[in-house]
Design a protein around this ligand. Structure first.
Ligand code: HEM
Length: 184
């Protein structure tokens, strides 16, 4: 929601798609979600820039190994910085910009096969709630966008938003998002 309020063109595109697919006479249903490619792109782009678990779960090396020329000794704790992967300029063009369109042109998904985008982790310890979590994010976001127009509190402009984050086991917005729903 914060990225969409910060990027009004993306917000307008997501709401247009919902108007076309769902219309105005009913609320969003689970069966609508697969027909909303732009919404999917918005969610992927949000997972790229703001992975909720930025360091996944820690791993332990079972044996002495070498990764990209770096020695990883047996028993070393290995932490994967998914947040940094999502902003790596060797992997992503214009990495700090919110641009859902980048996902309309490629097959990159969050299921743990495309290592440049692994907000649910990968391998044996991949999040077992992936399908439920992803579905809920799509459904809740689609419902909020479809049912209301959203404005920043107190007439704040998008460019004045504080988009900084705080880090820990999970990453979240440092300043809570304060928005006003407007019934269309
Ligand atoms: C947007 C929603 C969610 C995100 C982004 C997320 C992300 C993650 C990540 C990154 C991991 C670590 C994976 C790894 O290190 O490879 C994880 C583990 C886990 N998640 Fe989720 N998760 C979400 C929703 C859920 C839900 C809805 C459930 C349960 C209903 C769930 C249950 C778990 C459990 C039990 C683990 C630990 C798995 C293990 O220890 O092997 N998650 N999740």
């Amino acid at each position: 929601m914060a990225e969409l309020l910060n990027n009004p063109k993306a917000m307008a595109k997501a709401r247009d798609e919902l108007s076309q697919v769902v219309g105005k006479d009913r609320i969003v249903e689970e069966s609508d979600i697969s027909k909303l490619p732009y919404l999917h792109a918005v969610v992927k782009e949000t997972f790229r820039l703001h992975p909720p678990a930025p360091f996944l779960l820690p791993r332990k090396a079972e044996m002495d190994s070498e990764i990209l020329g770096y020695a990883v000794p047996k028993n070393a704790q290995v932490i994967i910085n998914v947040w940094a992967i999502g902003r790596d300029s060797k992997t992503w063009s214009d990495p700090h910009s919110f641009g859902p369109e980048r996902f309309l042109e490629c097959d990159i998904d969050v299921k743990g096969r495309d290592f440049q985008l692994i907000p649910f982790g990968a391998g044996r310890r991949i999040c077992p709630g992936l399908l439920l979590g992803r579905r809920m994010v799509h459904l809740v976001l689609a419902s909020l966008l479809h049912s209301f127009d959203w404005k920043l509190e107190g007439g704040m402009k998008p460019e004045d938003m504080d988009m900084s984050e705080t880090f820990g086991f999970s990453v979240r917005k440092a300043q809570p998002l304060r928005v006003v729903p407007i019934k269309p």
